[in-house]
Unconditional design. Structure first.
Ligand SMILES: C[S@@+](CC[C@H](N)C(=O)[O-])C[C@H]1O[C@@H](n2cnc3c(N)ncnc32)[C@H](O)[C@@H]1O
Length: 243
């Protein structure tokens, strides 16, 4: 998958710069009420996902948790959560606003080996946090997910779609097919074929995949209808099962 490019197509942004960018975004003062209001219901939109979640009694990993929008929702529904991010400010917000014994925070970069033993988790989520990586890094990350999930464990995630209006020509520097350096960060966009290649049939079963349009920030997610508006954010919401 993916054509390789010359050296001038190499990434120029360091991991420190990327984390600092997220620190700046997450350092805006917030509170638990504002965090709660931003939850968009994605974990309940599909019956199968909601059911799997309800049945999960072990701690859930929230990868790239940000200020803890999903973490808060999960905790308020009785789950234990390990909220992970590489932004110190994000994790500070989680600690400050969700001081609950059911929440643990953990700082690590998803580009590296995950700091967990094998076959520990039944349920992992990543809401708009695994679309920042090169093909090789994405493959490594998915390999790590596979390693730490139990057999039949679920990974539920939301990623940028290639139908996103931010996708394509003129949007920064193309580093690889569907992978760009843009405005101080890197962004990957997925289509159905690339998702099915990354989460290959030998190791994963797709329980569902759905392309959605997000209106506004992340308040409302609706079924994709057309792609004519320039300000649309189009994402895939997916649930895969480790075979
Ligand atoms: C768009 S935000 C999503 C936050 C949260 N999941 C939500 O839905 O509100 C992406 C998050 O991924 C985190 N992130 C980006 N790259 C990361 C990396 N390499 N390792 C760990 N976290 C990362 C960012 O710090 C940020 O909090």
């Amino acid at each position: 998958m993916g054509e390789r490019f010359d050296d001038d197509r190499k990434e120029t942004i360091t991991e420190e710069q990327k984390a600092a960018r997220w620190d700046a975004i997450h350092s805006r003062v917030t509170n638990v009420e504002k965090i709660r209001q931003q939850y968009d219901g994605w974990l309940e939109t599909d019956e199968r996902l909601a059911k799997q979640l309800e049945q999960c009694k072990t701690p859930i990993l929230d990868l790239g948790c940000g200020i803890g929008i999903d973490t808060l929702h999960l905790v308020e529904n009785g789950h234990r959560v390990i909220a992970c991010d590489f932004s110190t400010e994000a994790l500070n917000q989680v600690k400050q606003n969700i001081p609950n014994e059911k929440v643990k925070v953990l700082k690590f970069n998803m580009k590296e080996k995950f700091p967990f033993g094998s076959e520990l988790f039944e349920f992992i989520i990543a809401n708009k946090s695994i679309h920042y990586f090169s093909e090789k890094e994405t493959k490594n990350l998915i390999h790590e997910l596979y390693r730490i999930l139990k057999t039949n464990g679920i990974f539920a995630f939301v990623v940028n779609s290639t139908n996103d209006s931010n996708f394509g020509a003129g949007q920064g520097k193309m580093l690889e097919e569907n992978f760009y350096e843009v405005r101080g960060t890197t962004k990957r966009f997925f289509d159905e074929e690339s998702l099915k290649n990354f989460f290959d049939n030998e190791h994963w079963e797709f329980i569902y995949m759905k392309e959605d349009e997000i209106q506004g920030d992340r308040i409302k997610t609706i079924q994709l209808q057309n792609n004519s508006d320039n300000n649309k954010k189009i994402t895939w919401t997916c649930m895969v099962r480790k075979k």
